[in-house]
Design a protein. Structure first.
Length: 76
């Protein structure tokens, strides 16, 4: 299953240790969006077994002062 992980952070996503997802072999794509008044929002697209695994993998990453949203992506 694929999940899009949106992260709102005061720092770019690249500085937030997404390499943990790369080493685990679950990261499909990542990027930063244009900064806005609330900081920087970026995303990780990951491929894992289920929602619980997605949540567990994201919990292993130190994301201080971040808002995280995890949504399942329909694969067509």
């Amino acid at each position: 299953m694929r999940f899009m992980v949106f992260v709102r952070s005061p720092r770019p996503l690249a500085a937030l240790h997404g390499d943990v997802l790369v080493r685990a072999g679950v990261l499909l794509d990542a990027g930063d969006f244009v900064p806005d008044a609330c900081g920087i929002t970026g995303y990780w697209l990951i491929d894992v077994r289920d929602h619980e695994e997605a949540v567990e993998r994201i919990r292993r990453i130190a994301l201080p002062a971040c808002v995280v949203e995890i949504r399942q992506v329909a694969v067509v």
